[in-house]
Design a protein around this ligand. Sequence first.
Ligand SMILES: NC(=O)c1ccc[n+]([C@@H]2O[C@H](COP(=O)([O-])OP(=O)(O)OC[C@H]3O[C@@H](n4cnc5c(N)ncnc54)[C@H](OP(=O)(O)O)[C@@H]3O)[C@@H](O)[C@H]2O)c1
Length: 271
Amino acid sequence: MKSIMSQRYRLLSGYSMPVFGLGTWLLTGATCERIVGMAIQLGYRLIDTAELYDNESEIGRAIRGIDRGTLFLTSKVSSAHLGTSDLIQACRRSLDHLGTDYLDLYLIHWPNDAIPIEYTLEGMQYLVEERAVRSVGVSNFDVERLRDAMAASDLPVCNDQVEYHPYRPRREIPEFCREHNIALTAYCPLAKGAVLRDPVLTRIGRRYSRSAAQVSLRWLHQKGAILIPKASSIQHLEANMALDGWELSVEEMHEIDTIGIEAKVVDTVYT
Ligand SMILES: NC(=O)c1ccc[n+]([C@@H]2O[C@H](COP(=O)([O-])OP(=O)(O)OC[C@H]3O[C@@H](n4cnc5c(N)ncnc54)[C@H](OP(=O)(O)O)[C@@H]3O)[C@@H](O)[C@H]2O)c1
């Protein structure tokens, strides 16, 4: 079995993305630059950012000098910029900040019902044709919005990024994504820390000498999700990538599936 650090998901665009990477929400300034640099040294290849995180320039500095082809950069356009020309301009700003000439994956950060999805996807199509973006996806889209996006353009919707962890098992979105071969990225895979002291995860983790955080990540990995835990220390960066060489049993997966706590950690009206 390949290490999680080298496993990739084949996207509908024909490109492939790492199944594990670094989330960077709330990482800013010198800390962001240092953590991203450290993560790359440890073997992280997927870096997840967004126009709204205000850290693309720091990430740009951290990746300077690294062979671009070895990295996978995801950014997201703010929902305020989903009109065709706004989107194109927002992407150009992100590219400029990141110091690169293409994004591996560009996501619609949040739906915006005031702007028809066709207009947004027209902009995305242009960016793909211009080779500024390789693959296109969405975030915080439920099944209904995913269906609308898929029907609105010939452009494949390659990825949906949603809150997904043991306290937000959201069965319908993973099932839909699996059915349509849409890569599903789990954001807040540690529920922003809320699962760290969960008794079920802690008890299961003890059997493998792993933490509740690692059990949460391993559960998502075995569900087929792409993981982007955020970390701001080398200890957490290393702990989060230690998912090889142990596996949760069917019974343990089921036990986590049925913890029964529903707790959203990101306040979204969409999903
Ligand atoms: N598309 C969207 O709308 C959206 C929304 C939210 C998040 N996201 C993306 O998803 C990424 C991950 O979500 P998130 O940052 O909100 O939360 P998260 O990854 O679920 O949790 C991060 C928290 O867990 C702690 N942590 C990390 N590794 C740990 C470990 N091994 N042991 C104990 N604690 C650990 C971190 O502490 P330290 O920082 O101290 O290491 C931080 O407090 C974001 O950074 C962002 O890229 C996307």
